[in-house]
Design a protein around this ligand. Structure first.
Ligand SMILES: Nc1ncnc2c1ncn2[C@@H]1O[C@H](COP(=O)(O)OP(=O)(O)O)[C@@H](O)[C@H]1O
Ligand SMILES: [Mg+2]
Length: 162
């Protein structure tokens, strides 16, 4: 992500804080929203997805892990369902099409995609990309980029996070 595209930058000081931020965003989510998560391994993309799941009403005892081997995990929340993908191990976009990605883009669940920047075709038509950077053991920088008008609305929902 080039800095020109960044609409908001936030810092979190713990995994708990990253989950709180995700829960705040989840409060603004609507069926069909798309969230891309980029950045290094261990930077917090799955932690953020766990917070999204909690915010959408998924039982807190259900583990949210990187769906690295399964590629796709679906979580059924009381408010909304979440389709969570991790493209880290995928070789090409056609593998993603095979698991039904184009249908997921049309689905009424929220879609969160770790490593969405691996294939340009995997990017949502609108929504947000959040880039995670490791600052130190506990601090993470999160840079939000809106892909369109819906993305800009979603960013406004977390602008006052503190
Ligand atoms: N501020 C923070 N935000 C998110 N995770 C953090 C933070 N500080 C420490 N951590 C730890 O960093 C790791 C992030 O792992 P994970 O979410 O699986 O990363 P990714 O999915 O980006 O590879 C977890 O072990 C988490 O406890
Ligand atoms: Mg992960």
């Amino acid at each position: 992500m080039t800095t020109d595209n960044v609409n908001l930058s936030l810092q979190t000081s713990s995994a708990k804080r990253t989950m709180e931020l995700a829960r705040m965003l989840a409060g603004a989510l609507k069926p069909g929203d798309w969230i891309g998560l980029t950045g290094d391994l261990g930077a917090g993309k799955t932690c953020f997805s766990k917070g999204l799941a909690l915010g959408l009403g998924v039982d807190e005892n259900i583990p949210v892990t990187s769906p690295t081997f399964t590629i796709l995990q679906t979580y059924h929340g009381r408010m909304m369902c979440l389709n969570h993908l991790d493209l880290y191990r995928l070789g090409n976009y056609s593998e993603l099409v095979e698991i039904g990605y184009e249908e997921l883009l049309e689905d009424r669940c929220v879609l969160s995609v770790e490593w969405c920047d691996k294939f340009p075709e995997a990017m949502g038509a609108d929504g947000i990309v959040i880039n995670f950077e490791l600052v130190d053991e506990k601090i993470r920088n999160l840079s939000f980029e809106a892909l369109g008008p819906r993305g800009r609305e979603l960013i406004e929902s977390v602008r006052d996070f503190d």
